[in-house]
Design a protein around this ligand. Structure first.
Ligand SMILES: [Zn+2]
Ligand SMILES: [Zn+2]
Ligand SMILES: [Zn+2]
Length: 139
């Protein structure tokens, strides 16, 4: 068989974090001539693997935390941080309330929230004797 013509189509989306177009799907057609003079066409289409591990779902977006996001997150797994609205993949989303797994935070916001809670708790603990004393003096 002698190849006579081939076509390749690439579908790209613009990735704002790396500032570069990224391939999400491609297809190609190869035409070849057999020894008998017939034209044989081979069509092939492929999609990039999704970063969440899902296959067959349409892409939903790119995770803003993955330092080298090689692939988009599928539309079903794609989430936004409830506080800073950063787009997230399942690996980088922190579920705050297991009863509501769709409500997630990014790692940074989850850490800031935990730190804020710890500091607030410590202040309450430090101030509690004075508050108690104040109440006792007044009564
Ligand atoms: Zn990620
Ligand atoms: Zn997925
Ligand atoms: Zn966040």
């Amino acid at each position: 068989m002698r190849p006579i013509r081939s076509e390749r189509r690439v579908e790209v989306v613009h990735d704002p974090w790396r500032g570069a177009p990224r391939m999400i799907a491609s297809s190609s057609v190869d035409h070849a001539l057999t020894d008998q003079g017939a034209v044989v066409s081979t069509h092939q289409s492929s999609r990039a693997a999704l970063v969440c591990g899902c296959v067959g779902h349409p892409p939903g977006g790119y995770c803003g935390v993955c330092t080298n996001p090689s692939a988009p997150v599928c539309a079903r797994c794609f989430r936004f941080c409830a506080l800073c609205l950063k787009p997230l993949c399942p690996r980088h989303s922190v579920v705050i309330n297991p009863a509501n797994p769709a409500h997630v935070l990014c790692g940074e916001c989850a850490q800031a929230r935990a730190r804020h809670r710890a500091v607030a708790g410590m202040f309450r603990w430090i101030l509690s004797p004075f508050v108690e004393f104040d109440r006792d003096a007044r009564s």
